[in-house]
Ligand binder design. Structure first.
Ligand SMILES: Nc1ncnc2c1ncn2[C@@H]1O[C@H](COP(=O)(O)OP(=O)(O)OP(=O)(O)O)[C@@H](O)[C@H]1O
Length: 291
């Protein structure tokens, strides 16, 4: 079971400050959406509206066509995993996982147990005595095992080491293949997580900047690789996003789509054309103008 999401002209204000500005967006059911944006861009604000933790100041948020805010039936279809403060939480991890299962109609306890083993989660320890990465792993266990039609992970990896994050990503993909649902993953680990995304959403200063399938993101630019001299000559008039050089070989990321003529020229210069990385594109699209 997977849920669609629709936002119509959504604005969120904190007093006079507009954290989200007229955001309209549709998320297709059954896809993994990557949500990226600079610090303070409005990612958590957006996710808290979709998860019905807040009400928009203006506009509407629908999950599978119904308003989520103060709609308990819809809310149990949405799992929102975020960086919770567990300082006061003296219950054992096992207890918290069991509690979550009561509120989640699709919760799979066998799967939760498998996951706790995969993460080597000490389930008999009080949650406030778990390390930060362990607390995050527990949140991920609850989020994945809930099998909620809409599952939101807001920087769920905080504190998790690289092997634990790898388990998280693999489990997410495996479980998505067997039990498709709609995921939203907000992250700052763009280059580490981009392979998970079917769809990419970039927000910047409360506004929607990009919203498209992952495959088309790469068409916004190109990676040009070849001899340093040829690469420099070919890209001299282009908007360069990033460059790397190893010996005489250079790779430059450029912004903008290459036309047929440019492709022919690249070929004659013996240059390879590859896709631009989401990370480079993101940095370019959200960089501030130098005054
Ligand atoms: N409760 C609040 N009261 C006032 N301002 C808030 C509140 N929550 C968020 N904001 C402001 O809204 C803006 C967006 O914050 P938000 O937490 O959504 O950003 P984010 O993209 O999740 O950032 P980060 O990547 O740093 O976690 C920020 O300027 C933040 O200071």
């Amino acid at each position: 079971m997977a849920a669609s999401v629709q936002l119509n002209h959504v604005t969120l204000k904190f007093k006079k400050f507009e954290a989200l500005k007229d955001v309209s967006l549709t998320l297709e059911a059954g896809k993994i959406h990557g949500l990226i944006g600079r610090n303070g861009a409005g990612k958590t604000s957006l996710l808290s509206l979709i998860a019905a933790f807040r009400e928009p100041t203006a506009g509407e948020v629908f999950v599978d066509g119904s308003t989520v805010f103060e709609n308990p039936e819809k809310m149990e279809q949405v799992a929102f995993v975020y960086d919770k403060d567990y300082k006061e939480e003296t219950e054992k991890a096992k207890k918290l996982i069991a509690l979550a299962s009561h509120y989640r109609p699709h919760f799979d306890m066998d799967y939760a147990e498998q996951l706790t083993k995969r993460f080597k989660l000490p389930v008999n320890k009080p949650v406030n005595k778990l390390s930060k990465g362990m607390q995050s792993a527990m949140n991920v266990v609850i989020g994945l095992a809930s099998r909620a039609p809409l599952t939101i992970f807001d920087e769920a990896y905080l504190g998790m080491d690289a092997p634990a994050r790898e388990i998280f990503y693999k489990e997410l993909l495996n479980d998505q293949a067997e039990h498709p649902r709609t995921f939203i993953l907000s992250t700052h680990l763009v280059s580490e997580m981009d392979y998970l995304f079917d769809h990419v959403i970039i927000i910047d200063q409360g506004r929607l900047l990009l919203n498209e399938p992952y495959e088309t993101v790469s068409s916004h630019g190109a990676a040009i690789t070849g001899s340093a001299e040829q690469v420099d000559a070919f890209t001299s008039d282009m908007k360069r996003l990033n460059e790397q050089q190893l010996g005489g070989t250079k790779s430059v990321m450029v912004y903008g789509e290459l036309d047929e003529q440019q492709r022919t020229e690249a070929h004659s210069r013996k240059l390879e054309i590859g896709p631009v990385s989401l990370q480079d594109l993101f940095i370019h699209l959200t960089e501030e103008e130098v005054q």
